[in-house]
Design a protein around this ligand. Sequence first.
Ligand code: G
Ligand code: G
Length: 253
Amino acid sequence: MELEADLKVAIKKGQLILHYPPKINVATQEVMGVEALVRWYHPKLGLVPPSKFIPIAEETPLISELGEWVLRESCRQNQAWQKQGYTPMKVSVNVSPQQFKLQNMLELVQDVLQETGMAPEYLVIELTERMLMDNSPEVSSVLKGLLELGVSIAIGDFGTGYSSLAYLGKFEATFLKIDQSFVSGMLTDKRLSNIVNAIIDLAHNLGMKVIAEGVETSEQLDYLRGQGCDFAQGYFVSRPIDERAIEDEFLTV
Ligand code: G
Ligand code: G
């Protein structure tokens, strides 16, 4: 619980930072966007990974404050890059199911886009399957509203844990992300490559683009290209890096 009190302070004192794993277009190798991942520079503990504090925040209303900070900072940074003349790209922001329950995400997104001046087409909201299992009318209408605004929706960790194909029939997401557990074994395990191929076909048949997560080698990227996968992220492209490194290594004018 000490961490919870510290986290409250952290948000106020600017101890949170974002690191960005870039995503590339598999066919052209061009950067299509970055994902925003939060980290916490704790004064005593050093760099704390999100796995250590997001679950704690999710048990309290702090998840809204944290989520709001991440959304605002991601849009601010991406708009700043565009203003500096870099080729525009998308930024994806992870949103916890708890945050969706606690606040009106549609209003929040509209406010943040207006405040930062970033166009909706550059924002991707990333959800997990866990979130979509809650097919309440409220969640569906917020997601619909976001899509109508021009914001994209990505479904992450596809195929893990909470699998249900039911929601894919009801809801039109922009991107489907193949979980890294499938990608990491797909070149040595035929069952896994069959699953990867099936997810790509399924997504394309439903009008979604596919993002492979956890790509670590050029052989994996080549395989995904052969299967028509649209985008990829993972250590082969780059580990998550700070905004300066993104500017130096990935942005183009
Ligand atoms: O250790 P690493 O940063 O790579 O872990 C990434 C995971 O942490 C993401 O997949 C996501 O589940 C979670 N995460 C990172 N940043 C955020 C965030 O801003 N909000 C939420 N809800 N989860 C995040
Ligand atoms: O964002 P997400 O919850 O999917 O991230 C899950 C974890 O996987 C994070 O801790 C992230 O740092 C890690 N990760 C992301 N890309 C790679 C990769 O290419 N290889 C490995 N081993 N881990 C990765």
